[in-house]
Design a protein around this ligand. Sequence first.
Ligand code: GLA
Length: 385
Amino acid sequence: MSYSHLDLAAAFAGRFGNEPDGLWSAPGRVNVIGEHTDYNDGFVLPFAIQHSTTIAVAVRTNRIVRVASTFAPDDDPVTADLDALEEGSVEGWAAYPLGVLWALEQSGHRCPGMDLLVDSSVPVGAGLSSSAALECAVAIAANELSEAGVSRRELAAIGQLAENRMVGAPTGIMDQSASLLGEAGQAVFLDCRSGDSRLVPLDLKGAGLELMVIDTRVSHSHSTGGYAARRRSCERGAEMMGVAALRDLSVGDLAEGAGVLDEETFRRVRHVVTENARVEDAVQLLGAKGPVALGPLLVASHASMRDDFEISCPELDTAVEVSLDTGALGARMTGGGFGGSAIVLASVDDMPAIRAAVVRAFSVAGFRAPVIFSVLPSAGAGRVV
Ligand code: GLA
């Protein structure tokens, strides 16, 4: 859906019979560059987008939590007792909000029971971190309502813990960090080993550029299959190379890797090692020349994910190829892969032709029609009312 704040408060009252204590909101993200590097202790460069998840919340006087969503207005709220929550005990979408409360308590912060109504404009399954947006909205609301005083950096870790242990998806820290640390006009450069982050100005408009998302509508799920398999390959590669994480290898170490690793593991490792280098190059180039210089790095990143990490799909490849053929400066898949979205960097003037060419190519190939929209670096999570 995407209710106005007033309508969401009214919908909350209709659902639970009382006014909410407040509304909190957290954005989805796109990742400019640095894919599958976060769980390898590496670097990422995402930004928060203007699409967000908003929750209306009211504290209860007991330890019962009820969660409902504007997406399923006829469903009864999912109800849970905070004292009975344990790892893997919640099924379906409610595992995200309840998982965050569980993770906060696991980290020593006692939460009150609460009623919670969720609304979102982040497309689900599009690789734009709708799950992190939900986790971070709950994290920031619960942090305030329980007066826990947890930092944004720690809240990102709490969101990740919820996703890893309650949902069962072995994802890294990038998405929650983007949602909590993002700011308008800025990308977030994050070192996933130290947790240090720095905002990097990303003035697309000033450079006459636009960043467009092409949602292929091929859905993915990170709690199953490919994502976990890639993560295991990376861990195996690091072990075989005798390092704590692939972050510890540089491009110069790859020649040795070719002798030590089997062919497939080598390609997985090569993606992560070269991708980390590309993130550092991107940050440096953004400072020196601005976003117009990012194109070749985006193109190289996509090729590496398609050929070495093997997480692209025909729809993503088509979106990228057609965009580049129609004048884009750069394009790549963004997020975990196996579907989801591509991002395209191009001049504002070239975008209409690129958009039309992609729509046409999808139709000719017999793919589902893509959903295409522009994104801008936007504010991170916070209280809205
Ligand atoms: C998903 C995960 C992130 C990250 C990306 C790939 O979005 O949630 O932690 O691993 O995939 O870069």
